[in-house]
Design a protein around this ligand. Structure first.
Ligand code: FPP
Length: 246
């Protein structure tokens, strides 16, 4: 029986976040350049998005480029940005056909102009799609996001727009770039690394974490279904006891 068949569709996470890791190692294993791994990573992105839409996941967030990734060799950074532009170009029609909304979080202004423009255009075009929201974390780091929110709150407090006593979790969340998204219930990381790497630190507070040794270019929708099935077997207690939950 496949994991797809084993899934309980009434108990799906509303939001799955993924750290796509292992592209470079996948390419190296094959004696190829790292960029070859990223190109094949796009195939895995497509399959994961289709799989998520197929079973009814409403939100999928992918860590596509971290703030730290800017420090990679220039050639790799340029290739990744090119790949992003060409993928967005190629896939916008598929996103439309499948009713998928494209969204992005991160310091988007730091992206090359063409990349930023393509992204904005694709986001505008898909803005009213409702089946699945696909969020790309680009030039994203969670500490950057939290600091950014803090600065905005400080400015609004100084100008009298909000009172310091009114700052609570709900208000803080409204200043994060994920303010329109529910918190992920499940975070998946590929390539056998067991870290969160500055990804959605606030939002993952209660998430179930799932790690797989598969390298990202080998990841397919059945692997996503396996992760969701694994999540469905867990008991989420939010600090309560098992007895309190029942
Ligand atoms: C991590 O593997 C992967 C990335 C930093 C980039 C992910 C990008 C893609 C899958 C392609 C573009 C995506 C979209 C959404 C169009 P790594 O390079 O860190 O691998 P390593 O740890 O083996 O070196």
């Amino acid at each position: 029986m496949s994991f797809r068949e084993k899934l309980n569709l009434d108990k799906l996470p509303k939001h799955v976040a993924i750290i796509m890791d292992g592209n470079g190692r996948w390419a190296k294993e094959k004696g190829k350049m790292r960029v070859f791994g990223h190109k094949n990573g796009v195939l895995a992105v497509r399959d994961a998005v289709e799989g998520a839409a197929e079973v009814g996941i409403e939100n999928l967030t992918l860590y596509a480029f971290s703030t730290e990734n800017w420090n990679r060799p220039k050639l790799e950074v340029t290739a990744l940005m090119e790949l992003l532009v060409s993928t967005i170009n190629k896939e916008t029609k598929t996103l439309m056909d499948n009713n998928v909304r494209l969204n992005a979080i991160g310091d988007l202004r730091s992206l090359p102009t063409r990349c930023y423009k393509e992204l904005q255009e694709a986001m505008a075009k898909t803005a009213s799609n409702t089946r699945l929201t696909l969020t790309l974390a680009l030039s994203y780091s969670s500490r950057w996001e939290i600091l950014n929110a803090t600065k905005l709150i400080a400015a609004d407090t100084a100008s009298g727009k909000i009172n310091a006593e009114d700052i609570n979790e709900k208000l803080f969340e409204s200043y994060l770039s994920t303010h329109n998204l529910p918190d992920p219930e499940l975070m998946v990381r590929t390539s056998g690394e067991h870290r969160i790497s500055n990804y959605l630190l606030w939002q993952l507070a209660y998430a179930e974490l799932y790690f797989t040794p598969k390298l990202w270019p080998d990841f397919r929708r059945e692997d996503l279904f396996e992760a969701i099935y694994n999540y469905q077997q867990r008991e989420r207690r939010f600090g309560l006891t098992s007895e309190q939950l029942t």
